[in-house]
Design a protein around this ligand. Structure first.
Ligand SMILES: [Zn+2]
Length: 77
């Protein structure tokens, strides 16, 4: 294989200048609303707890992880 797909993110920030940090968000499966992505995984958990407190019927959530990738060019690129 001439190219490789590599993660362009690290836990704290960009692996390269054009990369992005890994972001964690929580989405309520009951209503589809979600927290803003944050590098701190606990931020989404706090959002979900507040969501449940305000909406006792919203019991199920989905974690959404955004991780940047980039291709490493091979000999043909
Ligand atoms: Zn909800």
């Amino acid at each position: 294989m001439a190219v490789r797909l590599l993660s362009n993110s690290t836990a704290r920030g960009s692996a390269t200048p054009e990369g992005d940090p890994v972001l964690y968000a929580m989405e309520s499966k009951g209503c589809g609303q979600s927290s803003d992505g944050n590098v701190d995984q606990g931020d989404g958990a706090e959002w979900a707890a507040a969501r449940l407190e305000a909406n006792p019927g919203h019991l199920t959530y989905r974690e959404v992880i955004t991780r940047s990738y980039r291709f490493e060019p091979g000999e043909w690129l």
